[in-house]
Design a protein around this ligand. Structure first.
Ligand code: NAP
Length: 288
């Protein structure tokens, strides 16, 4: 009798998951890594559930033999009180996108920040990092600011439309990385003029939120520009920056690296990076 392949059972908990490519991405990589990898969508809206169901879903997951859950909107923060342990990054960011179920415990991780950091080191190697202006400081924005500071960016200047709302993010990152390393921008043109890089962490540039998040006249060839958005592959911001001769990077690298790290956490196996990235690119471009 041939030896059975190891089995991995994962669920993605969130809402509006019908377009998620995560099951195909994970299951193909699992299959090619010699696993029986099943990845199920658990769409709260489709099931008539809310985040109130998170404790019972976590408990049922453990009882039914799930190895873990990926967690997305609107559960990334809501799940925190129901977990037995948190990684230090998940605790700092106050958000979890990966839950491992093991030995009766539920352990929360955050691979979003890792995804941006990994992509930044790989795709933007060698860029100047004295000062970076980041537009937006929501859920992903907080993870990205942490990633930039962890990658050695000397100062992150956050530009947000509501500075009061961004104060807690700034405070918690300042407590870890240093008070002089993060600030909230008052004058955007001045901040961009003296910056080495610009990161867009707002949804402006997505099909549902078209446009450029800042006047194109602020862009210049010496300013590298990263956008968290990967669909469309080239946002108005990235196109304008590229036409001015700037180095640009979209959010595909972040998306890929956070998924690869999630795969590694769930399975204990490092995925084949090139193969997984190629598959993801195909799925995203086929969907457009
Ligand atoms: P979020 O939590 O809603 O935060 C969005 C941020 O942008 C907030 O600071 C928000 O300000 C600001 N913002 C929204 N609309 C704005 C506008 N019209 N003008 C100025 N600022 C505006 O969203 P998120 O989860 O952080 O996601 C942000 C972007 O990152 C999205 O495009 C998302 O698709 C992308 N993303 C990419 C990846 C990846 O793997 N590549 C992962 C996660 C997210 P307020 O707080 O004032 O609303």
């Amino acid at each position: 009798m041939s030896q059975a392949k190891p089995a991995i059972l994962i669920g993605l908990i969130g809402t509006n998951l019908q377009f998620s490519k995560a099951p195909q991405i994970h299951m193909q990589e699992g299959e090619l890594s010699g696993l029986r990898y099943i990845y199920r969508l658990i769409d709260l809206a489709a099931l008539g559930l809310s985040t109130d169901s998170l404790p019972s879903l976590l408990q049922a997951g453990g009882q039914l033999g799930f190895n873990g859950f990926a967690v997305t909107h609107p559960c990334k923060e809501a799940v925190l009180p129901y977990l037995s342990e948190l990684s230090s990054d998940a605790r700092l960011l106050g958000a979890v996108n990966t839950v491992l179920l093991k030995d009766g415990k539920s352990i929360g991780h955050n691979t979003d920040w890792f995804g941006f950091a990994d992509s930044f080191r790989r795709d933007m190697a060698g860029v100047k990092t004295d000062k970076v202006v980041q537009l937006g400081a929501g859920g992903a924005g907080k993870a990205v600011a942490h990633a930039l500071l962890s990658c050695g960016v000397r100062h992150v200047a956050l530009w947000v439309r509501n500075p009061e709302k961004a104060k807690p993010v700034t405070e918690s990152l300042a407590a870890v990385h240093g008070r002089d390393r993060i600030s909230i921008v008052g004058n955007l043109p001045e901040a961009v003029a003296s910056a080495d890089g610009l990161v867009n962490a707002t949804p402006i540039g997505m099909d549902a939120h078209p446009g450029c998040p800042l006047p194109e006249s602020m862009l210049r060839s010496g300013l590298w520009v990263a956008d968290l958005i990967y669909s469309p592959a080239e946002t108005e911001l990235l196109k304008a920056a590229r036409l001015k001769g700037a180095l640009t990077n979209n959010g595909m690298g972040m998306f890929f690296s956070q998924a690869a790290e999630q795969f590694r956490l769930f399975t204990g196996i490092a995925p084949d990076q090139r193969r997984m990235q190629e598959h993801m690119k195909q799925l995203v471009s086929a969907a457009r």
